[in-house]
Design a protein around this ligand. Structure first.
Ligand SMILES: Nc1ncnc2c1ncn2[C@@H]1O[C@H](COP(=O)(O)OP(=O)(O)OP(=O)(O)O)[C@@H](O)[C@H]1O
Ligand SMILES: [Mg+2]
Length: 193
């Protein structure tokens, strides 16, 4: 459904040159995230307030894997729902196609829950629940490396998702981290020293 094609994906975006060596985190956060990235298994769940660098970290991981010629599949939640609504309109089996894609080795779901605050996706929220459950089941059953990012903590996601989703997401097998720090979008406008 959405396959990363490195020459075009993130091309001409601020994330194009993202690199693992440029990620700025506290020592504790960097230890947790780098241990997972260099030995990825099960789910790395990263939550934070906006602008801390979650998508940047995902892009750096993508670049890292592409340099090693390893495939990695990235979806941002709203883009996924846009695709799915197109498939529904075309009478295609969107859930089936998504289920097949979830077999892929390394996947990233960026911005979990972001569609919930966007009225454009209101009617698709039952789809979101199904898509995310299918994704989680596949990723967990096969213990495939998976990154999920969100502006919501798992506790906050309880208002969107049922107990079965939350139980899988918060499993002790997963690496769950809440990142702290400034909104980097604000620093873009700082006067140079
Ligand atoms: N280590 C870094 N080096 C340089 N720029 C960075 C770094 N981390 C993040 N940025 C920049 O900071 C801004 C915010 O980062 P990003 O988009 O990754 O945040 P986010 O946590 O995904 O935010 P949101 O929750 O709103 O999606 C972007 O302009 C990004 O390019
Ligand atoms: Mg982001």
């Amino acid at each position: 459904m959405i396959k990363i094609n490195k020459p075009t994906f993130f091309k001409n975006t601020r994330y194009e040159e993202a690199s693992l060596s440029q990620i700025e985190l506290s020592e504790h956060e960097a230890d947790i995230i780098s241990s997972w990235i260099f030995k990825p298994k099960n789910i790395l769940f990263m939550s934070s307030t906006p602008g801390i660098g979650k998508t940047y970290i995902c892009s750096a991981v993508i670049n890292h894997y592409y340099q090693k010629n390893l495939p990695i599949y990235y979806v941002s939640e709203c883009e996924l729902l846009d695709k799915v609504s197109g498939y529904i309109n075309d009478g295609r089996n969107a859930l089936g196609e998504w289920q097949n894609l979830c077999d892929n080795y390394f996947m990233i779901w960026d911005d979990l829950g972001s569609s919930r605050t966007n009225s454009r996706y209101k009617e698709l929220s039952p789809w979101l629940a199904d898509l995310f459950f299918v994704f989680l089941e596949k990723r967990i059953d096969y213990q495939l490396p998976t990154i999920i990012t969100s502006n919501y903590s798992i506790e906050e996601l309880k208002t969107f998702f049922n107990d079965r989703v939350i139980s899988r997401l918060s499993s002790d097998e997963n690496t769950i981290i809440h990142l702290r720090g400034p909104d980097r979008r604000k620093n873009l406008f700082k006067e140079p020293k």
